[in-house]
Structures are given as structure tokens and as C-alpha cells.
Design a protein around this ligand. Structure first.
Ligand code: GLN
Length: 544
């Protein structure tokens, strides 16, 4: 345990400056230097996991193989590292307190007084060490949620302080801070807010070893000098982190300022190699597309006043990019609000301007009829279509109503009294709903799916048995399976243990595939997801 190295990453000045991507990028560059690396996120919320958070407030809920519902940054870690992580890699204030209280209830503290300090920070350190052990990591990078100076994350910083006292050579602290520019179009980055952030860290007994200086433009030498002098650092400890169009370029940008060398030196680590070959190839492809495809995403979690909150569908967006770039095309993505198609069917005509349409996951009634109209239009007009989770359920409803003639077919999620419950809950999940146990009560995490060898999905995966991640409460009702099949729907994938429908296809369509699982969670830059490859290939072939 002694030789594990810890890199803590805290945020200064304001939130939303890309701490998660910075953590993922640090993990990537150390991995490229031949070190076993993992990443951990500590979120300041009292929510025990991210499952109960609204996507328009918090962004996408990401799901791990073991069913952990967590922050979308975990998706960034997995994508950059090309590895699957576990629930050991994620904790919230709520989950930490819950575990400590459970220990206390079990008399695990042997009758001693259990106090916030030191028990909470010590428990955090223990959990980080366990995550490192589980991942057999030599280096663990820990993202401290929130911003330095707020009350919420003070106990996390206390954990850093305690660990650093015990193992000074094994701990490095990185501050990701924002250098604002005052005038519109100006380029002078202001350093003072970062200086205050460092003072705040100093007051918590901590001194950053490295500052990642975020800004709209690169940090010039004189600004680096100024920051160094005022923040007790050397000029080379300030890394320039300007805005980029493509987040996957960030590890390479960090390396321009020799970040991996700097970290290795601080932590007295020896690197074995420097291998960015595959990553550079991927970046090259992403920057040199030969044509464009237009993809429409029909959803509802992106309207907040004038803002488009595309974070709610982050993994879908990344999965599209991975697949498109690998095929040398540039995906032009348009966010389409499902509600636009509810009362105005003529609005559907605009869908003919897209090479492909995706209906991602969702919950509840709002926008459902609009999505069903979109699915019908895509089916009838042979527009390549990929449905994800709710996207599958609504495609089944559309098919049941308009092809099988099952009038009023619906999901019991929206219409509990529907005469034709083609989508409903399995009896074992009904208990949770009745008792209002909503947190963590869905079908979550990785499940197997057996693919029909006649299906498109099978030829795309080139495998009979696959494993994909789930997050839903409702399922295709097995009582209607025969009826759907008789009318031409291929139930292309089924879960062998519980006989649940996992993939549907329409064989007479260019590309009409929908999944009960979320394939987007397992797409990685260096291994794009087969189903997204299928959609983009069909989109390339479809003329508009
Ligand atoms: N609302 C649906 C369910 O709970 C689908 C969920 C989703 O799309 N993730 O089953």
C-alpha cells in the first residue's frame, strides 16, 4: 500500500471549468507513460448516488458495470482511460456519511465517540486506497468535487492534508483554476482570483504543487511568472490549459508543458515509456473528416430558458463522435425538442433533412407522443434510427399501435391503466414503486444479452453474447412478444437469464435498431461502439 501515489485535483475560482476532463487527461498521460492509473471522484452532494438527480440540473447520470449511478465525469475517466471502473471509484458526501453511520451502528468503532474529524477524512482516505487496490493502480487521481472555499468540500481537503502529512512524497495536489478575461475579445488573463484560491487552500493547510491554468487563451510566460511568484510555485509548475474544441486533445496539450514529467518528478516515480501513438492517430482522424453526416437527437432534457443543456446526453454525444470520427466523417448534431412534434405533424417533414435520428433515454410523460411520432416517421420514411432505452420502449409502442393494430398501446409508466401494456414493470420491481423506494431500484448495470445470428446487431458486434449497461424500471411485456414478431419486428437480443427483450430491429428497414440498454456508456474513443458504427454507416449511405 505504501507505494501508491495520490494526485488530488481541486477546483479554484468557479465550477464548470473542466476539472473532470483535466483528471481524465492526467490519468491518460500517466497511463501513456506506462503507469497503472485509476481515477476517483468525490462529489459533495448529500445524495447517496447520482440516480436521484434530475439530468437538467446535474447533467447525465452515468452508470457503471456494477450498477453504480454516478456523475458524468466517471464517463470521461472511462473514455480517456479505456477502462471500466467500479463503484469503488465514486463517492458522495451522502454515501460517506451513510457508511460511517452504518459502521457506528454495527459497533465497528468499538464504543468510541465518532466525530466528523477525524473519522470522515480518515474514512475517505481508506476508500481511496481501496479503489486504488481494486484497480491495481500505482497512481490514483482523485477529483475533489466543488470549488475551493466552499464549505461543502472542506472535509475532502482535510483528507488530503492528513494523507500528505503521513506520506509527503506520495501526494501531489493540483489546482485547476480559471483565469478570466475582462473585456470582450480581450486576451489579458487575470491571475488574482487564482491567487485567492491558493490562499484559501493555504488556510486549509494545503499548498498546491501544480496549477492548471484554464483560460480562453494560453497563459503567457509573464502571467506564469506572476502566478508562480504569488502562489509559492515555480514557473514550470504552472500549466497552460486553454479552451479547446476537442476535449480529447487536452492530454496532448498538457504534454506540451511537460505535465507528465513534472508529476513523475514530484512523486518520485519512474516512467517506463511514452506512448501516445494510438491517441494521436485518433486525434488526427477526428480533425480530418472527409464528409459530414447530419444526426438529429430527439429529446427533452435540454431546454432551460435559452440554454441548450447537451450535458444531459453527454455519453450519446461522445459515442456519436467516436463512431463518426473512426469512419472519417464529421457528425453535425442537431438537438430536436420532442414536444415540437406533438401538435404539429407537419413539423415532422424536417426530419427528412437528417441522415440519422437518435431517441435517447428518458423518463415520464412529457414529450412521449412527440417521440412516438418521430419514430413512426423514421420507420415509414426509411430514415436510419437508433433508439436507446426509452427509445426502444417507445419504438415498441409505436409498432404495437400502428403496425400490430393494438389501439391505446402504451407503457404503464405514462398510462398505468392502458388496455395494452406493451411496456410494463416486472413483478419484482413493482414492490419498490409501491413503497416509493426509487433510489437505486431500477434494473441497473451490466446484463448479458444473447443476439439472434440473423440480426444486424449480431453482425455489428460480431458476437453472440454481449454485455451492456442498463438503467430503467420498465420492460417489454413478454405477453406481446409473439404479436410483435408476427408483424415483422425482430427481437434481436434477449437476456438469457430473465428472458427480457434487449434489442429490437426492423429487418425491412435501412437501419432501425433499438436497445433496452445504454450502449453509449461503453463507447470509447479508441473502441467506438458497434451499434453507433452501424447507425453512422447507414447515415453515410442515406441520401438527403
Ligand atoms: N423511463 C423508462 C424506464 O424507466 C426508460 C428509462 C431510460 O430511458 N433510461 O424504464
Amino acid at each position: 500500500m505504501k507505494d501508491i501515489k495520490f494526485i488530488f485535483v481541486a477546483g479554484g475560482v468557479m465550477s464548470g471549468v473542466g476539472k473532470g476532463v483535466a483528471v481524465a487527461s492526467i490519468a491518460k498521460i500517466l497511463q501513456a507513460r506506462g503507469l497503472e492509473t485509476t481515477a476517483v471522484k468525490i462529489d459533495p452532494y448529500v445524495n447517496v448516488d447520482a440516480g436521484t438527480m434530475n439530468p437538467t440540473e446535474h447533467g447525465e447520470v452515468f452508470v457503471l458495470d456494477d450498477g453504480m449511478e454516478c456523475d458524468q465525469d466517471m464517463g470521461n475517466y472511462e473514455r480517456f482511460l479505456g477502462r471500466s471502473l467500479s463503484s469503488k471509484n465514486y463517492m458522495t458526501t451522502g454515501s460517506i456519511y451513510l457508511d460511517v453511520i452504518n459502521r457506528e451502528r454495527n459497533l465497528d468503532y468499538g464504543g468510541r465517540c465518532v466525530e466528523v474529524v477525524p473519522q470522515i477524512p480518515l474514512f475517505i482516505i481508506e476508500k481511496i486506497k481501496n479503489a486504488a487496490k481494486e484497480n491495481r493502480a500505482k497512481v490514483v487521481i482523485v477529483e475533489i468535487g466543488g470549488t475551493v472555499g466552499e464549505y461543502q468540500n472542506i472535509l475532502f481537503l482535510e483528507a488530503v492534508r492528513m494523507l500528505k502529512i503521513k506520506q509527503p512524497d506520495d501526494v501531489a495536489l493540483v489546482l485547476v483554476s480559471m483565469l478570466p478575461v475582462l473585456e470582450a475579445g480581450g486576451t489579458e488573463l487575470k491571475t488574482k482570483p487564482t491567487q485567492y484560491a491558493v490562499r484559501t487552500l493555504n488556510a486549509a493547510g494545503l499548498q498546491p504543487d501544480i496549477i492548471l491554468a484554464r483560460g480562453s487563451v494560453p497563459v503567457d510566460d509573464s502571467r506564469k511568472e506572476k502566478l508562480a511568484l504569488n502562489c509559492n510555485l515555480r514557473r514550470e509548475d504552472i500549466i497552460s490549459a486553454p479552451n479547446v474544441k476537442n476535449i480529447y486533445e487536452i492530454p496532448l496539450n498538457f504534454e506540451k508543458d511537460r505535465l507528465s514529467d513534472l508529476i513523475l518528478k514530484k512523486l518520485k516515480l519512474k516512467a517506463r515509456k511514452k506512448d501516445f501513438g494510438e491517441w494521436k492517430k485518433f486525434i488526427h482522424k477526428s480533425n480530418n473528416p472527409t464528409k459530414k453526416v447530419k444526426i438529429g437527437i430527439v429529446g427533452k432534457y435540454f431546454n432551460s430558458g435559452d440554454f441548450v443543456l447537451t450535458d444531459s446526453y453527454l455519453s450519446v454525444l461522445e459515442a456519436i463522435k467516436h463512431a463518426a470520427w473512426s469512419l472519417r466523417v464529421d457528425p453535425e448534431i442537431t438537438w430536436l425538442s420532442a414536444e415540437n412534434y406533438e401538435n404539429d405533424l407537419s413539423a415532422l417533414e424536417e426530419l427528412k433533412n437528417f441522415n440519422g435520428i437518435i431517441i435517447p433515454g428518458g423518463f415520464g410523460k412529457r414529450g412521449v407522443e412527440g417521440k412516438i411520432s418521430v419514430i413512426r416517421f423514421a420507420r415509414e420514411n426509411n430514415i436510419p434510427f437508433l433508439g436507446l432505452c426509452y427509445g426502444l420502449q417507445l419504438a415498441v409502442i409505436e409498432f404495437a399501435r400502428n403496425v400490430c393494430g393494438l389501439k391505446g398501446a402504451h407503457t404503464t409508466e405514462v398510462d398505468p391503466g392502458t388496455p395494452k401494456p406493451v411496456i410494463c414493470t416486472m413483478p419484482d420491481q413493482l414492490v419498490n414503486i409501491k413503497e416509493k423506494k426509487m433510489g437505486g431500484s431500477m434494473r441497473l448495470g451490466a446484463y448479458h444479452c444473447r443476439l439472434n445470428p440473423q440480426s444486424k446487431s449480431y453482425s455489428l458486434y460480431a458476437s453472440k453474447l454481449i454485455s451492456e449497461r442498463h438503467r430503467h424500471r420498465y420492460e417489454v411485456n413478454n405477453n406481446y412478444r409473439l404479436r410483435l414478431e408476427k408483424n415483422g419486428m425482430l427481437l434481436a437480443g434477449v437476456n438469457p437469464q430473465r428472458q427480457l427483450v434487449e434489442v429490437i430491429e426492423l429487418p425491412n428497414h435501412k437501419f432501425f435498431v433499438a436497445t433496452q440498454f445504454h450502449p453509449e456508456f461503453k463507447s470509447r474513443p479508441l473502441s467506438p461502439h458497434p451499434l453507433f458504427i452501424g447507425l453512422i454507416k447507414a447515415a453515410i449511405a442515406s441520401k438527403i
